[in-house]
Design a protein around this ligand. Structure first.
Ligand SMILES: CC(C)(COP(=O)(O)OP(=O)(O)OC[C@H]1O[C@@H](n2cnc3c(N)ncnc32)[C@H](O)[C@@H]1OP(=O)(O)O)[C@@H](O)C(=O)NCCC(=O)NCCS
Length: 154
């Protein structure tokens, strides 16, 4: 794993849709939350974009990670964990005491990563993906239907 520098996206840069849509296939949802949140991008020393996350304050002292993605060629190398830790530290820096994240019931790897980083399952938004996503989503051979909500108390 090469060093990754994580820096805040600024509006002079293009919106990194390719990575954003990897984690969330709804462009409409991405366009809704991206301008409201803070996006941080991880890059290699040669500027190659490795991954990103989007953090949004949703309630007093509560932040939600709305999108976290690592380019496919760099997955499984520890970058996602590094981005997640950075997002947690950023939420702390902004006065947060709770960080939330949601993932589909079919997101086996995501559920593993989030729980390894201390997040606990606090609820299930049943039928979330049927309600909000027009196309059926299948991941790991499992229909993605319900949103599993996880929380980390800082
Ligand atoms: C989810 C994602 C961000 C993770 O990033 P990554 O760089 O691949 O993840 P990492 O290599 O840092 O770490 C993954 C961790 O989860 C664990 N993991 C992944 N799949 C697992 C599985 N099926 N069972 C057990 N552990 C698993 C890995 O072992 C690793 O833990 P470790 O550090 O203790 O070894 C990345 O795979 C991704 O971008 N996926 C597509 C977009 C997406 O689905 N985003 C999330 C939307 S909710």
């Amino acid at each position: 794993m090469q060093d990754m520098v994580i820096a805040k996206w600024d509006s002079s840069e293009e919106i990194p849709y390719e990575l954003l849509l990897l984690a969330d296939e709804s462009r409409q949802m991405v366009d809704d939350y991206f301008p409201r949140g803070e996006c941080f991008i991880g890059r290699l020393p040669d500027s190659t974009m490795v991954g990103l996350y989007v953090l949004l304050k949703t309630r007093p002292a509560t932040f939600e990670i709305l999108n976290i993605a690592v380019d496919e060629q760099f997955q499984g190398m520890g970058y996602g964990r590094k981005l997640l830790r950075h997002a947690i530290e950023r939420a702390k820096e902004l006065g947060g005491s709770t960080v939330e994240i949601g993932t589909g019931n079919s997101g086996i790897g995501q559920l593993a990563l989030y729980q390894k980083c201390g997040f606990r399952i606090v609820g299930v938004d049943s039928g979330f993906f049927l309600k909000h996503y027009p196309q059926p989503i299948v991941e790991n051979g499992i229909p993605c239907v319900d949103m599993v909500r996880l929380r980390l108390e800082l």
